[in-house]
Design a protein around this ligand. Structure first.
Ligand code: ZN
Length: 512
């Protein structure tokens, strides 16, 4: 058996199902490009049948991907599988990922199917998928609460019908390392044709065991792991890819497996995903938290100065943390800005470059030192939202001890409109102006958060806003050296995403 563990990233599918999370097409392409740079083997780009937007995003990622396999999720229905295939067929290495629930509870309550009907559905849909695509993954939703004899029969049929990967998700985050490892050992031993497929993990983190369960299954024979950047995902999230990759790397002595992950790209991927989704990483998060490599106690600092291995099991450089270097100031020109962008992994068209350069100059005027993080926040804000249907054009604020007044100009589907409003403070006045220009009575502002991109009082602000509408939530993000401009950009970004979400039908049975 090979010692290579394939990394299947589902940030764009399961990650995007996190409450409040949605990404537009440009954002998904940017994340997909970084996943490839990071060495991910399989990118699950979305759920093609969920909406027109999902379909387009999966197709675009399929066309863009160079090396990675691109997968789309599909329920056990011919229409779902055909739609998934239409979206991924342009990939150099396409995959159809079909799933059906196999636990007694899910079969009865959710599917309203007998076990025999579920077996027939697997046979029918996996055969169909395999006729379309040579690479087919089958998932047993709620595998960890399924009856083992029945699960083994399902797996055997899926492999016989052509599934090349068998995924056994812990959909509800209920497994422990012992039980999850035992499930893989048992299934691999008892399914007669098990050697013809790669077994895969998919762990949720409801008990904080996602990564531990994943590694236990690898030890038991799994050779594909499904995970997300920063562990984002439904409820408590999914197993975090950066933790799995670094655990296998740092503790190769006890877990003799390898991955294709380029660990120095991890930090960039983490920042990209948190910047786009507005899901800030907790400071003490393993590998990618702001404090993951910080040493504050005197004893630790003293030890670190003498020999960094006294308190460090891996170096920050090994996961791509670079000490913030002063890049440019207000005297930096176009050529310097362009080469900086290239070093940060951006290749912008002429118009986008020009827009980004104008914003960079404004930032450099307002702020003495411009760091890499500033440029990333600025360019992501400018470029990734360039196609949104509502755009912020101009903001004017008067505030002080009296009521605040705002004049806001938005471009809505190409038409510029202006509103002048008052409010209880400048943010309130601005948000009232947005509500006047884009009425959205059913949505409620649930959260408003401001973070500084770097240290210092002149730091750029990164604002995230959570909007809720009839059970759907979306999170918008905006960055600017003026906190109020960042605020209105975040609010408008959330509205743009809300409109995308309104077009999305809620598939009744999303894979766990
Ligand atoms: Zn899941």
């Amino acid at each position: 058996m090979t010692d290579t563990v394939l990394i299947f990233d589902t940030t764009l599918r399961d990650g995007e199902q996190s409450p409040g999370c949605s990404m537009n097409l440009e954002e998904k392409l940017k994340v997909a490009a970084q996943l490839e740079a990071m060495g991910v083997d399989i990118i699950e780009a979305g759920f093609a049948i969920a909406s027109e937007g999902d379909f387009e995003a999966v197709s675009a990622v399929a066309r863009q991907a160079d090396r990675a396999v691109v997968a789309s999720l599909a329920r056990a229905a011919i229409g779902d599988i055909d739609r998934a295939w239409e979206a991924v067929r342009h990939a150099r290495r396409p995959r159809i990922h079909s799933f059906i629930a196999t636990s007694p509870l899910h079969m009865r309550v959710k599917l309203n199917k007998t076990p025999e009907q579920v077996l027939q559905a697997i046979e029918h849909t996996i055969s169909h998928a395999r006729n379309l695509c040579p690479d087919v993954e089958w998932s047993a939703e709620d595998a960890t609460r399924s009856e083992p004899d029945f699960l083994a029969r399902c797996i055997e049929i899926a492999i016989r019908c052509g599934a090349t990967t068998i995924n056994l998700p812990d959909t509800v985050g209920y497994a422990t390392p012992e039980t999850y490892g035992a499930l893989f050992r048992d299934m691999i031993a008892r399914v007669p044709n098990a050697d013809r497929a790669i077994f895969s993990t998919h762990c949720h983190n409801d008990l904080g065991l996602g990564v531990a369960n994943t590694l236990a299954a690898v030890a038991a024979g799994a050779r594909q792991v499904e995970s997300t950047i920063n562990g984002i995902g439904e409820r408590a999230g999914n197993a975090a890819v950066e933790e799995i990759a670094m655990a296998l790397k740092v503790r190769h002595d006890v877990m003799p497996f390898r991955t294709n992950i380029v660990s120095t790209e991890i930090t960039r991927a983490s920042r990209l995903v948190s910047g786009i989704t507005g899901f800030q990483v907790q400071p003490n998060k393993a590998i990618v938290g702001a404090n993951a490599f910080a040493h504050e106690s005197g004893i630790h600092q003293d030890g670190m100065l003498k020999d960094s291995s006294t308190y460090e099991i891996m170096t920050p450089e090994s996961v791509g943390v670079t000490t913030s270097n002063l890049v440019m100031g207000k005297h930096s020109g176009r050529a310097a800005f362009r080469s900086k962008l290239e070093a940060l992994g951006y290749s912008l068209g002429d118009n986008a470059f020009q827009d980004a350069f104008v914003r960079f100059k404004a930032l450099a005027d307002a702020k003495k030192a411009v760091f890499d993080e500033d440029i990333v926040a600025l360019v992501d804000d400018e470029v990734l939202r360039g196609h949104d249907s509502i755009q912020v054009k101009d903001v004017e604020i008067h505030c002080g001890t009296g009521p605040a007044r705002a004049i806001l100009s938005l471009e809505i589907d190409g038409v510029e409109r202006v509103a002048a409003t008052r409010g209880n403070g400048p943010v309130d006045a601005l948000f009232n102006a947005v509500r006047e220009l884009v009425p959205h009575d059913k949505s409620v502002l649930e959260r408003y958060e401001v973070h500084a991109v770097t240290g210092g009082t002149d730091a750029q602000a990164e604002v995230s806003v959570l909007l809720a509408e009839e059970g759907r939530t979306t999170r918008g993000v905006g960055a600017h050296h003026d906190t109020l401009v960042a605020s209105v950009r975040a609010y408008v970004n959330a509205l743009n995403k809300l409109m995308v979400k309104r077009g999305k039908s809620a598939p009744d049975a999303l894979a766990g």
